[in-house]
Design a protein around this ligand. Structure first.
Ligand code: AHR
Ligand code: AHR
Length: 477
């Protein structure tokens, strides 16, 4: 059985079921998600390998070979067409939001490769015209499987029920799972991240605003997060999606703040954003559902056992020629007409310069980098300056800079890159860990992290594959 078969037998059927990794009904053979590639804007629907099975990631890999791909749609598996697509502008942020890279969150399920949806700030999915989702004070249950190590303090990495207008229409107009360290409204114990409920104008960890210490900091790489609500009552539950059982972090009365009892749910569905399209959060979504009716703890416990049996596990985040920690390297441009240039820096600016063996040591050092373990993710790498103490290549406003490590989580993540096979077949493309649609790109001889066809001039499609491919060779000095 799949999670939705379990919810159905508990009398609380799925009315939305979303996953890029696997079928959530044992009989499901339809499309799980759709990808669109940069080379020709063609799309491909990805289905499970077999009924009830894991997504056919190999089909995505071959369709997306030598180009970029984004996830355009996460299909609803319930037959109600509650599909998630690019979120529109909302009260808090313009739009449409960005789409997630198709290869940003590789995992395995029972040893078979699949991809989650890696949500960077600015990325979001939504459906404002749904069918069968709870409205008003009607009962519902939600679960999601998330990457418990991918979060931030922005508002709001959510999955669940929100406003059909994409605007903040008041307290109680949402009922979504929130995950992260946004601490303006509510917090749990420790420093986070926490599973909370986004009920609109408030992330709740219990009956009060602010701290509810029974809601613990989460540390699992794979996290099962649950929020459910019925008239007068709601709950937060969670557990390690790769082993063990669920715990209940809150179960009881609706918040003791006006507007949340009764609830005023509107029945739209959001992923990766707040109800008003607040879009500064990050996180990774693998699978999740919304039910009709308030699931019992026993039903959810069976769903958790099903998730654990799916055996989520990590896999490599890198591909292409090895970029070895501890080595000293240079990066040679491969774009025809520019391929005697190397990535260098002038002060904080990262640029390309023609460098040869006859340059001064100072110039050679400015074009040489030490590969270190990724500051923000040890499965990827960071590039340390050879001439400036404690300084690394990082992106800021999508420009590459050489900056001193200030020790923050933001710096660490901005300085982490996951090498993959060069898009033009040469060397490597250096993908930004936190923005996997973006890679190192030289543009007018200055370095950016660029997404193919994105909003900035440096995202231009012309010459993209060449501009993002660099031969990683020995350092000059
Ligand atoms: O409830 C927290 C956030 O507040 C909601 O997601 C958003 O709509 C509002 O800004
Ligand atoms: O480069 C994009 C973002 O810009 C970085 O993550 C952040 O440090 C800056 O706001």
């Amino acid at each position: 059985a799949g999670p939705c078969d379990i919810y159905a037998s508990g009398g609380t059927p799925c009315v939305a079921a979303h996953s890029t990794t696997r079928a959530l009904f044992s009989a499901f053979t339809g499309s799980l998600y759709q990808v669109k590639r940069g080379s020709d804007s063609a799309t491909l629907n990805i289905a499970p390998l077999s009924a009830g099975g894991v997504a056919n990631a190999a089909a995505q890999d071959s369709f997306c070979a030598s180009t970029t791909c984004v996830i355009t749609t996460i299909f609803d598996q319930t037959g109600r067409s509650n599909h998630l697509t690019q979120a529109p502008a909302g009260g808090a942020a313009g739009g449409p939001d960005n789409l997630a890279a198709a290869d940003g969150a590789p995992v395995t399920l029972n040893g078979q490769k699949a991809y989650g949806a890696f949500i960077s700030p600015g990325t979001g999915y939504r459906n404002d015209k749904t069918n069968g989702i709870a409205t008003g004070d009607a009962p519902e249950g939600l679960y999601a499987v998330l990457d418990g190590t991918h979060f931030n303090g922005g508002c709001c990495f959510d999955y669940g029920n929100a406003e059909t207008s994409a605007d903040d229409t008041g307290n109680g107009h949402m009922e979504a799972i929130y995950f992260g360290t946004e601490s303006f409204w509510g917090t749990g114990s420790g420093s986070g991240p926490w599973i909370m409920a986004d009920l609109e104008n408030g992330l709740f960890s219990g009956v009060t605003t602010g701290l509810n210490s029974a809601d613990p900091t989460q540390t699992s790489r794979f996290l099962t997060a649950i929020v459910k609500g019925e008239p007068g009552t709601w709950a937060i539950r969670g557990g390690n999606a790769a082993s063990g059982a669920l715990s209940t972090f809150y179960s009881g009365a609706r918040p003791n703040v006006a507007g949340y009892n009764p609830m005023h749910k509107e029945g739209a569905i959001i992923l990766g954003i707040g109800g008003d399209n607040s879009d500064s959060a990050q996180g990774t979504f693998y699978e999740g559902v919304m039910t009709s009716g308030y699931p019992t703890d026993a039903t959810e416990n069976s769903v958790q056992a099903n998730i654990v049996a799916a055996k989520y596990a990590t896999t490599s985040l890198v591909s292409g020629p090895a970029v070895t920690v501890g080595s000293a390297v240079s990066f040679r441009v491969t774009t025809p007409g520019f391929n005697t240039r190397f990535i260098a820096h002038t002060g904080t600016q990262v640029n390309t310069q023609v460098v040869t063996s006859s340059n001064t040591t100072a110039v050679k050092q400015s074009a040489s980098w030490t590969v270190v373990t990724g500051l923000g993710n040890s499965a990827c790498v960071s590039f340390q300056s050879r001439d400036t103490a404690n300084s690394f290549i990082r992106h800021s406003a999508f420009m590459l800079l050489v900056n001193a490590n200030d020790g923050t989580k933001q710096f660490a993540e901005d300085a982490t890159f996951c090498p993959k096979a060069g898009l033009n077949g040469q060397g490597n493309s250096l993908r930004a860990w936190g923005y996997p649609t973006r890679s190192f790109r030289h543009f007018n001889n200055v370095l950016y992290v660029a997404s193919e066809g994105g909003a900035d001039t440096f995202d231009a499609t012309a010459s993209y594959n060449d501009d993002v491919s660099f031969v990683v060779g020995a350092a000059f000095a």
